[in-house]
Ligand binder design. Structure first.
Ligand code: HEM
Length: 300
């Protein structure tokens, strides 16, 4: 298994080392937000932020790469990290990004995908072994590429956390769910020339401009697992079934928070009563890597 130190080396091999920045999702912006759950949310999960009372949330939008200087018009994953501040002062987090699929059941596929994403000879040489090992990920390349190349604003994107979680309700019932953040605005795909003319930071400028006009809203939904849906596999595709979709609530992003403390970790395993982790190897692996990235970027 790749140790957290080796993980950071592999990530640096892709994006370079940039002191003081997150090793991934290096370029980002903090925002203030609130979240209000639907009545349906409380019926499937007893977590405090799903009770229906409006709660505060800390939000960070980001580009996925580890180089904070890359222009926004370069193809990339976009991130949406949310940390709810619960009534007792504790927090619970949800990290999501715009690719529709995770490449594999384990972390090796993540590092293999990272390595082949770096343009150049090394990637070309690694491609045949990737194709042999991760045929499903290869079949999904068209959808993955579409997401990577989309140029629409942060507010008009779908974000996926991949991992399933177990929701517990107030009566002791439980179910596995998978989340998605859905935009409430629809935007045509702008041309490459258009966004280049807008400038290197056009996505962040666009977010700032929108927030000056009013809040940006995102809908949080879950799909309930059906028979045969594997909650431990972040790469699994759960067949879409509108009958098993529950809207949990709306995130209202209110303003850019330039004074936010960047020394915050959004941690995929920071859960709360009512939400439990599965045995997903990738989910369980991530926190140690995030902690090491955090330690390095904050140690001055
Ligand atoms: C093995 C798989 C993964 C590894 C090794 C990894 C690694 C990392 C690291 C090291 C950071 C920087 C942490 C920090 O300094 O605070 C990060 C940030 C982030 N990751 Fe991952 N990640 C993985 C999978 C995922 C997945 C599956 C998602 C979501 C679907 C995700 C979403 C994010 C987001 C949104 C951030 C930015 C958080 C922020 O804004 O502070 N990552 N990742």
């Amino acid at each position: 298994m790749t140790t957290p130190e080796e993980a950071l080396e592999k990530i640096h091999a892709r994006f370079g080392a940039h002191a003081g920045h997150r090793v991934l999702h290096a370029k980002g912006v903090h925002c203030t937000a609130t979240f209000t759950a639907t009545p349906e949310a409380a019926s499937i999960c007893r977590a405090a932020h799903l009770s229906g009372e409006t709660v505060e949330a800390k939000v960070r939008f980001s580009n996925g790469g580890g180089d904070p200087t890359v222009p926004d018009y370069a193809p990339d994953v976009r991130g949406l990290a949310v940390s709810w501040v619960l009534p007792d002062g504790s927090r619970t987090d949800l990290l999501a990004q715009t690719l529709p699929y995770f490449p594999s059941r384990d972390v090796d596929g993540f590092f293999a995908a990272l390595a082949i994403s770096k343009p150049g000879l090394g990637a070309a040489l690694r491609l045949p072994s990737f194709v042999a090992k991760y045929p499903t990920a290869v079949r999904r390349f068209p959808e993955t590429n579409k997401a990577l190349n989309s140029r629409v604003g942060f507010a008009a994107r779908r974000y996926f956390p991949f991992h399933a979680f177990r929701f517990l309700d107030a009566d002791g019932g439980s179910r596995f769910v998978r989340y998605a953040w859905l935009p409430l605005v629809d935007e045509p795909e702008p041309s490459k020339a258009h966004v280049k003319a807008l400038g290197r930071d056009y996505l962040f400028d666009d977010l700032r401009d929108r927030l000056e006009q009013g809040p940006v809203r995102m809908l949080l939904a879950v799909q309930l697992a059906g028979e045969g849906d594997d909650p431990d596999d972040p790469s699994a595709a759960w067949p879409h079934d509108p009958e098993r979709r529950v809207e949990l609530g709306t995130l209202e992003v209110t303003a850019i928070d330039d004074d936010a403390d960047d020394g915050i970790i959004f941690d995929p395993m920071r859960l709360t009563d009512g939400i439990e982790a599965t045995d997903d190897l990738v989910l369980r692996y991530r926190p140690d890597v995030y902690s090491l990235s955090y330690a390095r970027r904050t140690q001055g």
